[in-house]
Ligand binder design. Structure first.
Ligand code: SF4
Ligand code: SF4
Ligand code: SF4
Length: 176
């Protein structure tokens, strides 16, 4: 039987892989590792300006910020309510000028759906789509197959809401 998802994938994967790898390199270049800092943090000056006071960690209404291994705040989408509400409490609590304007995108990271997704095993599941307010996850219908999810990288705001609802932990953050 023909695997209908394989036809357009090589070029798309190639392009996406290069796009994400380029961005990943930038993230690592700026902070040395892949920790997700609080939303709107200016990564170019964060390590120099942040005092590691943890006031943003305390302020987070969703409970997703933690003091990282390096002492500085980072996002952990497996904590608290497991997604960012973009409430800006962290930004407002910080006494240091290290955030970008909140009119800009909060983050550059995106998500990627792995091959362990239930739909790859002909099991219907739409949990990620149901939890994405940005409607960044859509399902591609193909004759004779269970519809499979596709992430619109331009619409994804990195909120993390799709991560914890996946029954097979098949959605991963792509660190940019
Ligand atoms: S914007 Fe709000 S929910 Fe998101 S990390 Fe900051 S304090 Fe937490
Ligand atoms: S409140 Fe500001 S200075 Fe304090 S840990 Fe958070 S980002 Fe750093
Ligand atoms: S991270 Fe948020 S915006 Fe992006 S796909 Fe998941 S739920 Fe949608």
């Amino acid at each position: 039987m023909t695997n209908l998802t394989e036809t357009p994938l090589p070029r798309r994967s190639f392009l996406r892989g290069h796009f994400l790898n380029a961005l990943k390199t930038e993230q690592v270049k700026q902070q040395g590792h892949n920790a997700i800092r609080p939303p709107w943090v200016d990564l170019a000056t964060f390590s120099e300006k942040c005092t590691a006071c943890s006031q943003c960690v305390v302020a987070c209404e969703m409970g997703i910020l933690q003091k990282g291994a390096d002492g500085y705040p980072e996002v952990n989408f497996s904590l608290g309510r497991k997604e960012c509400s973009f409430c800006q409490a962290c930004v407002n609590m910080c006494e240091v000028d290290l955030f970008r304007p909140t009119s800009e995108a909060a983050w550059q990271h995106k998500v990627e759906i792995q091959s362990s997704c239930l739909t790859q095993f002909s099991v219907e599941c739409r949990s990620c789509e149901d939890n994405c307010e940005m409607r960044a996850i859509r399902f591609k219908r193909e004759f004779g197959r269970v519809a499979t999810p596709i992430v619109n990288l331009e619409s994804c705001n990195g909120c993390g809401a799709c991560l914890s609802v996946c029954p097979t932990q098949s959605i991963q953050i792509m660190y940019l």
